[in-house]
Design a protein around this ligand. Structure first.
Ligand code: GDG
Length: 425
């Protein structure tokens, strides 16, 4: 038993190794939880992101971090394998075929046990523990067995599938048993919660749509915005996409919609900036997606670009947070077109970056964000015509719609999200 009154358990610690030292990775989750962790003698249990490295607990920005070591087999079986090649596609409604593999499952169990044991050691008597996301669904059950005194919350950041899909999973009973160890399970949308409740009503559940640190979206100056717009040829309409390069995000679909609009002559004088952060690059489906996206970009530029004036400006790197703010502010139309997404924070970040109510958001109905941001130009990414229509509508936006969404996002930030979950717990 430890002395931490509040423990956050997540696959990743909120740090990244830069050279030979660690830096805090500035995500919304850490921004929301840091004050709670500081106020309540808390710690964060997670993997530091380096394979095969065993680290001692360390302190960062007033938060104690408790590293869980993963070796190469853990990384491949638990992370790339079971979490991202079985659970991820299954929970996103089979956009690609999940792969069910016994050895990966065994690693998933073993790694969840490591996390549960580390948490059991760190938590004070009667502590509150908050477990995050699909990689750690067995932790609540394992932890409850080790430490019946602690109160356990669980939040699922990604969608929860309909029972007919969930039941494909060879280890569906074990996952449900694992989740039943918690005292409260939280989902992004009511539909996710409803899907879960069709399987069991034994645990308390709730819907808590996650948000962003709305006040922290880097403000951009007029000079920065102008410099960016002129760098892409001062187009009439600047379109933007910002995503991890993941097959759930519908990047190819938005490219095809733009290509088709250009072909039909319905759209002209545009530039499209697509920032696609490298993600899970050793997994085959991610490589295929990248190939298709890059092929489409090449084709579109070849067909419709001019020398020195391409249509699509493609960045396959991570961009510093401060620069993202400039991209958001400069974009006339933000394209968020996932086939399925738990929430999609990019949509909320774009809205937060438009205090003057300019700009327009094209948003998939299948993103969790569409529930709150219902004033966006909504589309169905499975229907190319619907994406095209939404883009055309967004070329002449109604500022009242952005105003409404901006006010909503500023008020419902990630701190409010964390507070509502923890109060319910
Ligand atoms: C999962 C769920 C749910 C992106 N590129 C860069 C960069 N980003 C930042 C964005 C945003 C975050 O990454 C991405 O968050 P999303 O919510 O859009 O998507 P996932 O990564 O799939 O997140 C999702 C989320 O968990 C939270 O619950 O909303 O549904 O899938 O904050 O700004 N940040 C920087 N450079 C980049 O190039 N600095």
């Amino acid at each position: 038993m430890g002395d931490n009154e509040f423990v956050v358990v997540a696959n990743r610690l909120p740090v990244d190794k830069v050279g030979d030292h660690y830096e805090v990775s500035p995500g919304g989750l850490v921004a929301a939880l840091a004050p709670v962790l500081r106020a309540r003698e808390g710690c964060w249990v997670g993997w530091p992101g380096t394979i095969g490295e065993t680290l001692e607990p360390f302190e960062f920005g007033g938060i104690s971090l408790l590293p869980v070591a993963l070796d190469k087999d853990d990384f491949e079986g638990f992370y790339e394998g079971f979490s991202n090649s079985a659970l991820w596609p299954l929970y996103h409604d089979l956009i690609v075929q999940p792969e069910y593999n016994q050895a990966w499952w065994d690693r998933y169990v073993a790694v969840n046990r490591k996390f549960a044991e580390a948490t059991a050691k760190a938590a004070a008597k009667d502590a509150t523990v908050w477990v995050q996301d699909y990689q750690l669904q067995l932790v609540p059950g394992m932890l409850k067995a080790l430490r019946p005194d602690v109160t356990i919350g669980f939040f699922l950041h990604i969608p929860f599938p309909a029972p007919a899909l969930f039941q494909q999973l060879p280890w569906r009973d074990e996952i449900l048993e694992g989740l039943k160890g918690c005292d409260l399970i939280g989902f992004q949308r009511h539909t996710d919660e409803d899907n879960f409740r069709l399987l069991t009503e034994e645990i308390r559940s709730g819907t808590f749509p996650i948000s962003i640190d709305s006040g922290e979206i880097a403000a951009a100056t007029n000079e920065q915005v102008e410099a960016l717009r002129s760098a892409v040829g001062s187009p009439k309409h600047l379109l933007l996409g910002v995503d991890r390069l993941d097959y759930t995000k519908g990047i190819l679909q938005r490219l095809l919609a733009i290509e088709s609009l250009l072909e039909e002559g319905k759209l002209s004088d545009i530039a499209f900036v697509q920032i696609a952060t490298p993600s899970r690059e050793r997994i085959e489906h991610y490589r295929t997606t990248r190939k298709q996206v890059e092929e489409a970009i090449g084709r579109i530029n070849g067909r419709f670009g001019e020398v020195g004036r391409p249509i699509v400006h493609y960045v396959h790197r991570s961009v510093p947070k401060e620069h993202l703010g400039t991209f958001y502010a400069a974009a006339d139309i933000m394209l968020v077109t996932p086939f399925k997404d738990g929430m999609n924070l990019v949509a909320k970040e774009y809205v937060a970056a438009h205090p003057d109510a300019d700009g327009a958001l094209v948003l998939s109905e299948f993103a969790g964000a569409a529930v709150e941001l219902d004033q966006a130009y909504l589309c169905n990414p499975f229907d190319l015509e619907s994406v095209k229509e939404a883009i055309l509508e967004a070329t002449d936006p109604d500022p009242a719609r952005m105003r409404h969404m901006h006010d909503w996002v500023m008020e419902h930030d990630v701190a409010a999200w964390a507070k509502s979950f923890l109060e319910e717990l």
